[in-house]
Write a protein that binds this ligand. Structure first.
Ligand code: ATP
Ligand code: MG
Length: 456
């Protein structure tokens, strides 16, 4: 490539391969980034060296390197060298995509052009040969990048039939790069839904996470248009046309997408982003006409949390993520005002979990933005946040283990472990949440003794 400055580390790696008579090219996202004039965010390499030869090349480097067989079935190794993780894949063709999921076997090849022909989109199918920097671009990737186009290498229907994740990758890249999906490529998506349905939930989830961190509405609108949304998130697709006049002007789907875009723009963590996507997903089931013929959605937050759990389990999100997202959704309708007692604030924190508070505020900001289309001010939720901080600074009785007495203390007074003990500890905890002053040993033992008499 003209004017390209090859990073010294790339030259060094090229020298290691060339010394063994092997080729090495930069491929994938790194080339795409460089052609877009951006700094490459990570380095993927392709080589005609077989995996065992790559291992040998890095055996005695100075400084030392560590080779991890991260995708050895597909010929991929990750080499940790000079503080970088380098993904190195042997040139290959793919054959035997029988189920639309993953190639059943890989065949290595010694031709970079052949390797590039198996790649999904033209913008991902160019290579830069090292150390010289010569561009190998058999499918017009550079041109498409200039036109900001996402276009399949070869026949779109055929390429989607090989791997049903590709349609979702196309819309993900549209959201990440702000590119347009080329007409014939987009038009081939509806015909590929059967294959897309067979893709593993984990691969879909990883794309969804990338979409949520980019400009989500771009991807979700393309998904809706092509049927991918109804396939992957039918619950969200059902939010289209659910009007909410009286609250705001958007239907539930557009409102959810606005909330997601806001979450992405603000760099919210995954839990808050997922909650922004799913917080109103129970509304279609809870929509009822009120007395003045306005729409109401009573208790939609519980239904939204119920559906969100089903969705997140289906997409194999970790349980910790699922639990946090559902908690946020379930609690997103709180109405704070300064008449709340300190005990009410403490109960609020206990119910939500201190670790989820920040994300709950974030969700409410995204929700407020998406209702009005206007950025909430810096003072938004500030009275509540300050109140919570003040109360937590003085008193941190947030769980049973913060009580001034333990189960063991109660046993010493003759209360037997078991159900009654559990009830007594719970009541002591409620007492302390209402009145933090009562959190001292003597007082609690006294209350416990009187409770024990009642339960005997
Ligand atoms: P990013 O790392 O930003 O997600 P990337 O383009 O590097 O983008 P990877 O998933 O790291 O994407 O894949 C590296 C390269 O491997 C891609 O650029 C593409 O050439 C090829 N590739 C990845 N997944 C597929 C697929 N499902 N079908 C065909 N080629 C693929
Ligand atoms: Mg990559």
């Amino acid at each position: 490539m003209d004017n390209m400055i090859i990073h010294p580390l790339l030259k060094e790696i090229a020298a290691l391969f060339n010394a063994q008579g092997k080729q090495i090219c930069l491929v994938g996202g790194a080339v795409r980034d460089l052609l877009r004039g951006e700094k490459a965010h990570d380095w993927d390499f392709a080589t005609d060296a077989r995996p065992e030869e790559v291992i040998a090349i890095f055996r005695n480097t100075k400084p030392r390197s560590l080779v991890v067989p991260t995708g050895i079935k597909h010929g991929t190794l990750t080499v940790h060298y000079r503080g970088k993780a380098l993904e190195i894949t042997t040139y290959r063709t793919e054959s035997g995509y029988r189920d639309g999921r993953r190639p059943e076997r890989v065949a290595y090849t010694s031709s970079i052009e052949e390797d590039l022909s198996r790649r999904d989109f033209t913008m991902n199918a160019a290579a830069i040969r090292l150390p010289g920097g010569e561009l190998i671009d058999p499918f017009g990737g550079q041109d498409d990048i200039r036109k900001r186009l996402i276009r399949c290498v070869g026949n779109p229907a055929g390429r989607f039939a090989e791997d049903g994740l590709r349609p979702l990758r196309a819309v993900r890249f549209a959201a990440q790069l702000g590119f347009t999906v080329d007409g014939p490529t987009l038009e081939a998506v509806p015909g590929a839904l059967d294959v897309a349905a067979k893709v593993s939930a984990e691969r879909v989830r990883d794309e969804l996470d990338k979409i949520l961190a980019a400009k989500p509405s771009t991807a979700f609108r393309l998904m809706e248009e092509t049927g991918l949304l109804r396939l992957i998130l039918p619950e969200l697709s059902a939010c289209r046309g659910v009007e909410q006049k009286g609250y705001h002007k958007f239907d539930v789907l557009d409102h959810s997408l606005l909330a997601c875009d806001y979450a992405a723009r603000e760099g919210y963590p995954r839990e808050a982003a997922l909650a922004a996507l799913l917080h109103d997903i129970g509304k279609p089931a809870k929509a009822k006409k009120g007395e003045k013929r306005e729409w109401t959605f009573y208790h939609h937050e519980a239904e939204s949390a119920r559906l969100a759990r089903i969705i997140l389990i289906r997409l194999r999100y970790p349980n910790m993520v699922t639990d946090a997202v559902c908690r946020l959704i379930e609690e997103h309708m709180f109405h704070y005002d300064k008449s709340w007692s300190d005990a009410a604030v403490r109960r609020f924190v206990i119910r939500i979990g201190e670790e989820n508070l920040e994300n709950l505020y974030r969700l409410r900001r995204a929700d407020a933005y998406a209702a009005a289309g206007v950025e909430p001010g810096a003072e938004f939720l500030l009275p509540l946040a300050e109140r919570v901080d003040g109360i937590l600074a003085n008193n941190r009785t947030l769980s049973l283990k913060d009580l001034a007495v333990s189960g063991k203390d109660l046993m010493e007074t003759g209360i037997k472990p078991g159900k009654t003990m559990g009830i007594i500890l719970r009541e002591l905890f409620e007492t302390v949440v209402d009145d933090p002053e009562s959190n001292n040993r003597e007082k609690l033992l006294e209350i416990a003794a009187s409770l024990a008499r009642r339960y005997r």
